[in-house]
Ligand binder design. Sequence first.
Ligand code: ATP
Ligand code: MG
Length: 397
Amino acid sequence: LHNMRAFDVALIHYGEISLKGHNRPLFEKRLAENILRATSPLGLNRLRRSRGRLVLNLDSFTDISRLASALKAVFGVSWFAVAYEVEQNLDSITTRLMEVAPEFISPSDQFRVLAKRADKGFQTSSMALNRILGDVVQRATGAKVSLKAFNKEVFVEVSADKAFIFFERVKGLGGLPVGTSGKALALLSGGIDSPVAAWLAMKRGCHLGYVHFHPFSDYRQVLGSKVIDLISLLCRFSGPARLYLVPSYVFQVSTASGSGRHELILFRRFMFKVSEVLAQRDGASALVTGESLAQVASQTLQNLGVIQAGLRLPVLRPLLTYDKQEIVDLAKSLGTYELSIRPYRDCCSIIARHPETRAKLDVIERLEEDLDMNGIVDRTLREVVTLEVSEEGVREA
Ligand code: ATP
Ligand code: MG
């Protein structure tokens, strides 16, 4: 790769957002901002819009594999390519193609050319371009054209003022640019499911904050834990995020007498109540959890209903219909799995084993009155610590 002529630009294509009608400018603007956030550590910040795609200027020394991994972490990118940029005329395209094709295509290869004109004012049709440029590449490389049995491809895109030549399309994450769906607060346990759920909510354009409930008397015990590492990893996809650390001791002390089979339901309602207040303070309009229908006793359909009863904000459960194995597979591909299985003292491990699977709301509400749940929530909110997490680590907000 080292003696290859340096690429001029990255062409970045976005699929779904081009369908969004009047929201389109907002989506493009947010996507551009998110791309620049990901690429500016590489010193790249010249990005322009060109007919339904974005064009990022590269430097001769740009580290292409670092660039690729940055772009692979931006939601809303459907695919991208590193490309050569030339003037929009057949001569310029031909000259550059003669020069670079041999670096990508060897005599034993079979290739096809896929030319596209975004600008219909360009004098040559796409079909004719395919043919002409096929001949050029054949002469330059000695390889043969084959529309059926090709192992290499040559892409040429002609835009209004420039033309782009590239040899590989790299698939992006798809989804929607983070921020275009507003803000949500993700309940993150450190288990396998919630980081995956958070990632999926980001994929649909949510900008996330995080809340984590911990069993420690000192929040600093969370700092070196996998909880921070998980959020750091997720920040790769979104930029820095706020994290609320909430102690569970006020709740735990109050139920020391033991509410037995109801304790887990009460604790989950407690988490939701506290989280809702934090979300509203932040201007977030939904909560996100890793719950999956019937995966564990607290997640029966009936319990899900009882747990969320009384909340004003919607609860998003991206994993609701996922099988455990599907969640594990996705966690492995994101890299969260290895972190999630690291040992950690989880709040839920302190709570009674055999929870009620068919909790009744009126019973729960009566228990909450006896326990003064509102007071527990208020006292807990006074103990919340707010942090800022980024890919680099964590600091006090
Ligand atoms: P996970 O793998 O995400 O821990 P789980 O399968 O263990 O999920 P539960 O323990 O019932 O299921 O938790 C369901 C959801 O509640 C979690 O996915 C997470 O969103 C939230 N949650 C659980 N414990 C905590 C916690 N300590 N702090 C913040 N959120 C939590
Ligand atoms: Mg868990």
